[in-house]
Design a protein around this ligand. Structure first.
Ligand code: NAD
Length: 256
C-alpha cells in the first residue's frame, strides 16, 4: 500500500473505529470524509469529497448511509481505487451501482465484516440445504441499538440469502417481514424476518429452524463494533492491488 487507507464516514461510530484499527495495524491513513459539521478526529486529513478521497487513497473503507452509494460507486470507479463497503440498507439500484463499479475496481461488499458472522452464514447455507423448507420454518430475529435506521439489518438479509441459496430459491420470492395485523398463516417455505430496536445493542442475530418436532437455533452476538472494524481493515489489506471484481468477506477469509 502506497497512499494508504481513506475512510468515508470517518466521524461515525464505525468510521472512528476503522481509523483506530488502521493505526493499530500500522497502516497509513490517507484521509477521511464526512458530512459538514460532523465531529471528526483532528489527526486525520479531512478531504473535500469522495472524489478527492478516492484520488488520495489505495483503498476507501466506507460506513456511511445508503443514500451515498450510487454517487460514491461512480467516483471510486473513476478514480480506480479499491473499495471496502460496509454500508447497509442498499436498494437494488444501489446494489447495481456497486456491481457496475466492481467491473472497473476491486470491491469487497459485506453486510457484516466479523469473522464469526461469516462462519454463521456458511453454516446457515449448509443447514438450509439439509433442513427442507416444507418441514423446517426458517425465521430470522435480529436486535440492534435504537439509532439504527434500516431494517431488517444487512446481516439478517445476508442470513436470509444464505438460507435461500441453500434451498435453491430466490430470497425475494419467499420473504415474510414486518408481520402485523391479519397476515394469514405462514406460507410454506417462507423465510421470516423480525427486527427489534432498543438500547445500545451492537448486533444480535438468531436463525431459527422450527419444525413440529424440534427447533434448531444459530445465534451470533457482537459485543464490540471493533469486530467489524478490524474485519474491514483485514478486507482493505486483502483487496488492495486485486483485479476488478465484487468480493465478499468469505473471499477475504478464504471461506468461499
Ligand atoms: P453512524 O451514523 O454512526 O455513522 C455514519 C457516518 O457517515 C456519520 O458520521 C455520517 O455523518 C456519515 N455520512 C453520512 N452521509 C455521508 C456522506 N454523504 N458523505 C460522507 N459522510 C457521510 O453509523 P454507523 O453505526 O457507523 O453505521 C454506518 C453504516 O454501516 C450503516 O449502514 C450500518 O448499518 C453499517 N454497518 C455495517 C457493518 C458491517 O460489518 N458491514 C457494521 C456496523 C455498521
Amino acid at each position: 500500500m502506497n497512499k494508504g487507507i481513506g475512510v468515508a464516514g470517518i466521524g461515525g461510530r464505525m468510521g472512528l473505529l476503522v481509523a483506530d484499527e488502521a493505526r493499530v495495524a500500522g497502516l497509513k491513513l490517507a484521509g477521511g470524509i464526512d458530512r459538514p459539521g460532523a465531529a471528526v478526529p483532528g489527526d486525520v486529513a479531512l478531504l473535500a469529497d469522495i472524489a478527492a478521497l478516492a484520488a488520495a487513497s489505495d483503498v476507501v473503507v466506507e460506513f456511511t448511509h445508503a443514500s451515498t452509494v450510487q454517487a460514491h460507486a461512480a467516483a471510486i470507479a473513476a478514480a480506480g481505487c479499491a473499495w471496502v463497503l460496509g454500508t447497509t440498507g442498499l436498494s437494488p439500484e444501489d446494489e447495481a451501482a456497486v456491481a457496475e463499479a466492481a467491473k472497473r475496481v476491486a470491491v469487497v461488499h459485506a453486510p457484516n465484516f466479523s469473522p464469526g458472522v461469516n462462519l454463521v452464514l456458511a453454516l446457515a447455507e449448509k443447514m438450509a440445504a439439509a433442513l427442507p423448507g416444507d418441514t423446517y420454518d426458517a425465521e430470522i430475529v435480529e436486535m440492534h441499538h435504537r439509532q439504527k435506521v434500516d431494517a431488517p439489518s444487512g446481516t439478517a438479509v445476508g442470513m436470509g440469502r444464505a438460507v435461500a441459496k441453500g434451498r435453491g430459491v430466490n430470497l425475494a420470492d419467499v420473504t415474510e417481514s414486518g408481520r402485523d395485523g391479519h397476515t394469514g398463516a405462514r406460507k410454506t417455505g417462507a423465510i421470516g424476518f423480525a427486527a427489534l430496536r432498543g438500547g445500545q445493542v451492537v448486533g444480535e442475530h438468531t436463525l431459527l429452524f422450527a419444525a413440529a418436532t424440534e427447533h434448531i437455533a444459530l445465534t451470533h452476538r457482537a459485543f464490540d463494533r471493533r469486530a467489524f472494524a478490524s474485519g474491514a481493515i483485514r478486507a482493505a489489506i486483502w483487496v488492495t492491488g486485486r483485479p476488478p471484481g465484487l468480493y465478499s468477506m468469505m473471499d477475504v477469509l478464504g471461506m468461499s
